[in-house]
Design a binder for this molecule. Structure first.
Ligand code: FES
Ligand code: FES
Length: 163
């Protein structure tokens, strides 16, 4: 007898320290689980094709473009979104540095920039300028010209490398 293809699956993961269990369609993207199901709208969608980096989150500490990952692939992982960087509402040193260095204008790219930069600072607290540029190369900003963003990451690193 032919079996009916499975169209949804139960997943369990941790998002910003909270246990989350959901039944999700097999085709659901992680970014839609985050934004639409969990209402964590700090993660942005800029292109939906893996190019802009606005949707970057951490999956088990690694920056990932969440429009390029299925929610079912995140089963069993630990996901951090931009909301998870400062869970008590106090800006992190990296966020402070973005503010001080005027590293944002419209802010659309900023959540993704912060997630890529914080992953860099967690793995390499004293990055060189080239390392910062490489870490941010998957994140597009159409406003700032990038220099202030690189400077903000440098400034956060000089302040102790705290993400
Ligand atoms: Fe995911 Fe642009 S929305 S890379
Ligand atoms: Fe507008 Fe980066 S601040 S896209």
């Amino acid at each position: 007898m032919a079996t009916t293809p499975t169209t949804s699956r139960a997943i369990a993961l941790e998002i910003n320290g909270e246990a989350v269990e959901r039944e999700v369609p097999a085709s659901r993207l992680l970014v839609h689980l985050i934004r639409d199901d969990l209402d964590l709208t700090g993660t942005h969608i800029g292109c939906d094709t893996g190019n802009c980096g606005a949707c970057t989150v951490h999956v088990d500490g690694v920056p990932v473009k969440s429009c390029m990952m299925l929610a079912v692939q995140a089963d069993g992982t630990r996901v951090t979104t931009v909301e998870g960087l400062a869970p008590d509402g106090e800006l992190t040193p990296l966020q402070e540095a973005f503010s001080k260095a005027h590293a944002l204008q419209c802010g659309y790219c900023t959540p993704g920039m912060l997630m890529s930069a914080s992953a860099l600072l967690q793995s390499s607290p004293g990055p060189t300028e080239d390392e910062i540029k490489v870490a941010l190369q998957g994140n597009i900003c159409r406003c700032t010209g990038y220099w202030n963003i690189v400077e903000a990451v440098h400034e956060a690193a000089r302040g102790g490398g705290e993400a």
